[in-house]
Structure formats: structure tokens, C-alpha cells
Ligand binder design. Structure first.
Ligand code: WTA
Length: 615
């Protein structure tokens, strides 16, 4: 912490650079440039450097399809495929700096295409395959991607999810997309548009097996990944190359204590940041053997995951609290039926893990033998920030605490004025120094970057989370301080959900809040005002839920819909979400003095009563 630049330079030297950096950090607050002048390539780091060693014949990816089909890729195979895919991209006319949108199921082609983009300097933007056509189109349009890559379908709970069909709807709304590459995964019939849609297998027929990795300046972008904030459309978080890879390489080693013989499985979808950093870039940069699973956790039987752990001898298992709580409900028989003795280390990410779930995980999955690394981080932080780090030092764990910031991470808990709060007091979690994994910015919007992260507290990165530091210095993350929802670990912004709701012809206005759910973290609750001529009915409620599902995707299906005559608002027209949340959760409005709205205590109280009366 005292000599961060020297420290990060030492970490950076563990990577292969084509050219050494001119300086470690250029900090023009709030814009950081890590290792400027340095040149490297992410795909070189993740594949080329391994095939020069004995790891050539080491397993890179154990892939398990939901129907039970499998593929095993060695590093040599991965190298070959990445090169061939890169050649295809080049032949289509994709070059350095071009954006490529990936809308794929959890099949090996997804990480291969990511690495192929990285190889030629193209910027990938992976869009979670659970999003629907409109959500896909919005993200593609923001990046202005020329190329969209998809599959005919992916399997989810035994059914093919028709991704190509969804793309067909989306490309009507995305003028920038010139070509669509389609991976044949499920073998379902699809419509291929002459001159626009191309089968991957046809392109592979003539692909060259070697493409030179493009030297990328450290601060050139590696990818764009969309995530939600409190307001507005999803933000395109841009990550760079050098800083991002250095940070992830180090954090991964510290947190997961990765070793050659490890078999590592992170259950996240590659469509989220956990998949980018903790399935693709960090593990492969280490030459680790990873497991990639296509489908649902409980399909065709409730013990599918435990079966996979046993089958591949997984040693490190990394998942979300929502999944653990779901399995808790299913009971212990599933894990008991399987030999999970290969496991050495467990991880948790995405939401606060409650002590009860932590203990269940520890006892029933880890056999009271495996430490749990509760890892706190965000799309914006690029990699893990606060977590136990058994790769460096073992500390006593406390169920529900992410323990301590990683080396070089200057976290703090502050009050509304930005002053550190006393131990055991709740405050805002902030980061006080730049770190190499931090986002470069928001795609196309430097002002929004500054406004979203650096304006609430001067000179400090605002995370949007509440936290407590206890008297022993342990961090406890309490969840979002802003209005962002965490639905089964998926980050959703109220604005995107509200826009989706309002696009229904019967709705005049809508507000969306999260309501605590014992398994999913947050439930989606919609408060809606109907246009004149429409009357509330159970059918309309169902229709609205179906509509939101169609517009955003299945993860956006609301759990509760209330039709109301008015929404509680401040004088300036800002919706008082705290009031909505309290009403939805049947809670008291609580400590009104901490309300961030500009409304008076009386007004808030009145609108709270008014809304309760309406329901
Ligand atoms: C939450 C996921 C408590 C937090 C990597 C954060 C957590 C948001 C934890 C980022 C954890 C993530 N304990 N809360 N271990 N990890 N979060 O961008 O609210 O999808 O701000 O990144 O997830 O979500 P994102």
C-alpha cells in the first residue's frame, strides 16, 4: 500500500510483455492509465505461452453440455482453435478496435471467440444469452458492433433456447451489424440469410491455423461489458488490457491458490463479469484446467452439479449464494450421494452470503474441510477486491464476511461526507486509490463515468455498496446502497426494467424496486399506473409480466405487480423508491433522516400511508 507502483510493477513482471511499460501509472483523476507504453496480448498470455511448455498437452477446458455430451480441449487444441477463429474474424474484415458482439450459450466456442477477438485486437462484448432481442439490440447498438456471433440454440432445462431466432429479431434493429456467424450447437432448423448469416463450420473449412497476436498497448480496450446502474440505460464498462490482466492474474493466484493440479469450476455464465475474469482470463492466463458447464444446475436431476464435481475431480468450486440457498432447500441427499472429496477450496460471489448458507456450504459441500473464499468485487473493479487470500496467508474466516481487502486495494467505509466511519458502523464502501483492474471508463461517455463513480465522494471510487468493518478489521458487505437489484446474482437496473414495463400499451408509468427474497436475493416488484381506459386485472398483471420477460429476458420476469393510482414522488418528480420498497416489503419506512430524496419527512410519511391505502 505504501509503494503501490513498485508493488504492481513486480506483479506485472509475471506476465509476458512484448514491450515493457514506460511508467506504471498515469493518474489523471478519475482516469487511470496502467502500464502505458507496455505491449502485450491477452490471447498470447492465455494460450501461446502455455503451448511452449509441457502444458501443451494439459487440459484447458473440460466441457459438459447439458444433454450430457462432452468435449475436452487441451491447451494445444485451444491454441489451434483460437488461431483458426481469429483467422475467420480477419477474413470477414474485423480488425483492431472493431467491436464484436457475442451472444452464445456456455459452449467452448464462447471463450474461443473471446480469445480470438483479443488476438487480433478486436473488442468483444459478450451479451448474456438470457437477454431477449430488444436487450440484445440495445447493447449491440451502443457498441456499434459490425459482427454478431451466435448459435442456433443452447440447451436450458432440456429445451433448445433459440438464440439465432432471437438474433434474427434483434438484427432488424441493429444497422451496424453486417454479418452474423452461427455456431451449430443444437441442430435445430434456423433461417440463414444469404450474404449475411454464415455457418461457423463452413468458415472453419478454410481457416488458417496461425494468426500473429496483435501487440496491444496496455491501455487499449480488451472488452466492453454492460452492467446496470441506478438510472439510465446499461453502462458499457470498458476494460483495458495490461492493468486488467495484471490485476486478475495476481488476484486469482492469491484468492484461489491455483496450482498445476487444480481442477477449477466457476459456475457463473460467461455473459457476466465473473465469467470474463474468473472463467476465461485469469484461469487461462495461469494455465489452469477449467470446467465449463452449459446448462441448468438442477437438470435433469437435482444433483447435476455434484455429479460434475465428482466426474471431473473438481478441486476448486466457485458459485453464488443464490445457488447455495437453492440447493439448501433441496436438502443434503444430493451432495451426500456423491464423492466430493476432491474439493479443496470453495468460493462465493455476486451477493452477500448469509451465515446460514455459508455454514451449509461449508458442511455439506466442503465436508468441513475446505475454506470458503467470499469474494467481493464488481464489473467495474474487473477482479476480486476483498476476499480471503489463502494463496498468500490464511486468516480465520467469519461466515458472511469477505474478510480483508487484497494487497494494493485501499478500501474504506465512509459516511455521507466521505469520512471514515467508526468500526462496526455502516457506511459506503469506497476505494481510495486506483487499482490496475479498474474500468477504463464507460463506452462513449466519460462524463457518466465521472458522475457515476467519482462524484459522490471526491477522489474516491464509489462502489454503490454498504459495508461494515468490524473491530477486527473484517469487511461485511451489506448489499447495494443504490437502487440496483441483484436477482439471483444478476445485476439489474430499475431503469431498464421500468422502460420495459412502460413499453406495454396499457401502462402510463411504472417504478421497479427490489424486495428481499430468501433465495434469490431480490425479487422484482413493479408498481404501475394504468392509462385511462384500462382497468387492473389478474390477466393484465400476467400480461405485463410476460411482456417484461419478452422485452428484457426471463431474468426480468416480475414477481409482484401492483396497480396504483399514483406513485410517491418528490417535488422535483423523483420517485421515492424507499417508500415503494418499504410498502412492498411491508416494513416501516424506517429512519427517514437518511433518505437521499429531497422530500420532507412529512411528505414521505404521507405518501407511504397513501400508497399503503391503495394496495
Ligand atoms: C454484489 C459481480 C456481497 C455487490 C462480481 C456488488 C457482493 C455487485 C459480493 C456487483 C460478495 C458481489 N458479497 N456482495 N462477495 N460480490 N457482490 O457487477 O452488491 O455483477 O456491488 O459483479 O454484486 O455485481 P457485478
Amino acid at each position: 500500500m505504501e509503494e503501490p507502483e513498485e508493488f504492481w510493477a513486480e506483479q506485472a513482471r509475471q506476465l509476458d510483455w512484448f514491450k515493457t511499460w514506460d511508467s506504471v501509472l498515469q493518474w489523471e483523476s478519475p482516469f487511470a492509465r496502467w502500464f502505458p507504453g507496455g505491449q502485450l496480448n491477452a490471447s498470447y498470455l492465455c494460450v501461446d505461452r502455455h503451448v511452449k511448455t509441457w502444458r501443451r498437452s494439459k487440459v484447458a477446458i473440460y466441457w459438459e453440455g447439458e444433454p450430457g455430451d462432452t468435449r475436452v480441449l487441451s491447451y494445444a487444441t485451444l491454441y489451434r482453435e483460437v488461431n483458426r477463429f481469429a483467422d475467420i474474424l480477419k477474413k470477414i474484415g474485423i480488425g483492431k478496435g472493431d467491436r464484436v458482439a457475442l451472444y452464445l450459450p456456455m459452449i467452448p466456442e464462447l471463450p474461443i471467440f473471446m480469445l480470438a477477438c483479443a488476438r487480433i485486437g478486436a473488442v468483444h462484448t459478450v451479451i448474456f444469452s438470457g437477454f431477449s432481442a430488444q436487450a440484445l439490440a440495445d447493447r449491440v447498438n451502443d457498441t456499434q458492433a459490425k459482427l454478431l456471433i451466435t448459435a442456433d440454440a443452447g440447451f436450458r432445462r432440456g429445451k433448445p433456447l433459440p438464440l439465432k431466432e432471437i438474433c434474427d429479431q434483434a438484427v432488424g434493429l441493429t444497422p451496424s451489424v453486417d454479418k452474423v456467424i452461427v455456431v451449430k450447437r443444437a441442430g435445430i432448423p434456423v433461417t440463414m440469410k444469404e450474404g449475411k448469416d454464415l455457418w461457423l463450420h463452413d468458415l472453419l473449412d478454410t481457416a488458417a491455423s496461425s494468426v500473429k497476436p496483435e501487440p496491444m498497448e496496455s491501455c487499449e480496450p480488451l472488452y466492453i461489458l454492460y452492467t446496470s446502474g441506478t438510472t439510465g440505460k446499461p453502462k458499457g464498462i470498458v476494460h483495458g488490457t495490461g492493468g486488467y490482466l495484471v490485476f486478475n492474474y495476481s488476484a486469482y493466484k492469491w484468492v484461489f491458490d491455483i496450482r498445476e493440479e487444480s481442477v477449477y469450476w466457476c459456475t457463473a455464465d460467461v455473459g457476466w463479469v465473473t465469467g470474463h475474469s474468473s472463467i476465461v482470463y485469469a484461469p487461462l492466463a495461469h494455465g489452469a484446467a477449467i470446467v465449463l458447464y452449459e446448462g441448468a444446475p438442477d437438470y435433469p436431476t437435482l444433483d447435476r452439479w455434484w455429479d460434475i464435481i465428482e466426474k471431473y475431480g473438481v478441486t476448486i468450486f466457485y458459485t453464488s449464494p443464490t445457488a447455495i440457498r437453492m440447493f439448501m432447500r433441496y436438502g443434503e441427499e444430493g451432495p451426500e450421494r456423491h464423492d466430493l472429496s476432491s474439493l479443496e477450496l470453495l468460493g462465493s460471489v455476486g451477493e452477500p452470503i448469509n451465515p446460514e448458507a455459508w455454514l451449509w456450504y461449508y458442511q455439506n459441500i466442503g465436508g468441513e474441510r475446505c475454506p470458503i473464499v467470499d469474494t467481493w468485487w464488481q464489473t467495474e473493479t474487473g477482479g476480486i477486491m476483498i476476499s480471503p487470500a489463502p494463496g498468500i496467508e490464511c486468516v480465520p474466516l467469519k461466515p458472511g464476511s469477505a474478510t480483508f481487502p487484497l494487497p494494493g486495494v485501499d478500501a474504506a467505509v465512509v459516511d455521507e461526507q466521505g469520512k471514515p466511519v467508526a468500526d462496526e458502523q455502516r457506511g459506503h464502501l469506497v476505494i481510495r486509490k486506483p487499482w490496475p483492474g479498474m474500468l477504463l471508463g464507460i463506452h462513449g461517455d466519460p462524463h457518466r463515468y465521472e458522475r457515476s463513480y467519482w462524484s459522490k465522494f471526491r477522489g474516491m471510487f464509489y462502489t454503490g455498496d454498504y459495508a461494515i468493518r468490524d473491530k477486527d478489521g473484517y469487511y461485511w458487505i451489506l448489499g447495494r446502497a443504490d437502487e440496483v437489484l441483484k436477482v439471483a446474482g444478476h445485476r439489474m437496473g430499475p431503469a431498464e426494467l421500468e422502460d420495459a414495463a412502460i413499453s406495454h400499451p396499457a401502462l402510463a408509468e411504472a417504478a421497479v424496486v427490489g424486495k428481499a427474497d430468501p433465495i434469490k436475493g431480490d425479487n422484482i416488484v413493479v408498481f404501475a399506473i394504468l392509462k385511462q381506459g384500462f382497468t387492473p386485472s389478474p390477466e393484465l398483471r400476467m400480461e405485463l409480466a410476460e411482456h417484461m420477460r419478452r422485452v428484457v429476458g426471463p431474468i426480468a420476469t416480475p414477481d409482484e405487480v401492483y396497480f396504483v393510482a399514483s406513485l410517491p414522488k418528490t417535488r422535483s418528480g423523483k420517485i421515492m423508491r424507499r417508500v415503494l420498497k418499504a410498502v412492498a416489503s411491508d416494513e416501516d419506512i424506517g429512519d427517514l433522516t437518511t433518505l437521499e430524496d429531497e422530500a420532507s419527512v412529512e411528505e414521505v410519511r404521507k405518501s407511504y400511508e397513501e400508497l399503503k391505502r391503495q394496495l
